[in-house]
Design a protein around this ligand. Structure first.
Ligand code: CTP
Ligand code: CA
Length: 225
């Protein structure tokens, strides 16, 4: 679909998108987080709405304005993100996991602010694994025929890593970005290859995040037909 030409090819469809980055609290004032801006997920939400979809955007700590006509559900942690994605996915035609989900969270939450102790080195922070939401949705397919899309940022052997990850996660499409200096985080633009479980490879040239979003919806729409 050419940019600027908006056909309502997702009319009657419900799509769920996660965006932003989870924050895993250590105490009331501190968290483990990541640099995801949420811009790619918000671009996916805007373009899906423009193509006629009902859109639920599960937004983890994204400091961005709510897109018009989109149902925005704010969340903080990976556990909260999982709960809201699963809830919304129950009747969704497509689920796109654009959020950067923390792989680990602190094993314990201190209800009071953690204080320094005179003359003592700090304790190491113990971590536990967070649930893998993409793998769970892919395996469970809350709605039959649902199309599931993941995102991955890789540094070395980008395509080989992407292929292995697609298989491991069990999703239909995986958008693979190469990250590195001045690439991706917080920027307005993106460049990627979309890998399909059917073996397809769709390169997306460097450009606005909306262009990548439209390519994702083209590929999703083709799989919904
Ligand atoms: N994801 C998820 N739940 C997690 C971790 C990741 O749903 N606990 C999703 C992300 O939203 C993304 C995809 O899985 O769509 C790939 O994330 P990535 O961090 O690249 O995958 P990991 O399996 O965590 O692999 P890595 O060890 O390379 O971080
Ligand atoms: Ca990860």
């Amino acid at each position: 679909l050419a940019r600027g030409v908006t056909e309502p090819d997702l009319r009657g469809r419900h799509v769920v998108i996660s965006a932003g980055g989870t924050r895993e609290p250590l105490d009331p004032v501190r968290f483990l987080g990541n640099r995801s801006s949420g811009k790619q997920g918000y671009a996916l939400a805007r373009t899906a709405a423009a193509r006629g979809a009902r859109v639920t955007l599960i937004a983890a700590n994204a400091a961005l304005p709510d897109p018009a006509g989109v149902d925005v559900v704010p969340v903080g942690t990976a556990v909260q993100l999982r709960e809201e994605v699963l809830r919304a996915a129950a009747d969704a035609d497509a689920v796109v996991m654009a959020a950067a989900v923390a792989d680990f969270r602190p094993a314990a939450y201190a209800a009071g602010k953690i204080k320094k102790q005179d003359g003592r080195e700090p304790e190491p922070v113990a971590l536990v694994r967070n649930p893998d939401i993409l793998a769970e949705i892919s395996a469970g397919r809350p709605r039959p025929g649902q199309v599931v899309v993941g995102f991955a940022a890789e540094t070395d052997d980008v395509l080989a890593n992407g292929r292995a990850k697609l298989k491991r996660k069990g999703c239909d499409l995986l958008v693979v970005n190469e990250v590195g200096e001045h690439r991706t985080f917080g920027s307005e633009e993106n460049e990627a290859v979309v890998l399909g479980a059917d073996g397809s490879e769709t390169p997306v040239a460097h450009g606005p995040k909306e262009a990548l979003a439209d390519t994702v919806w083209d590929l999703v729409a083709a799989r919904l037909e």
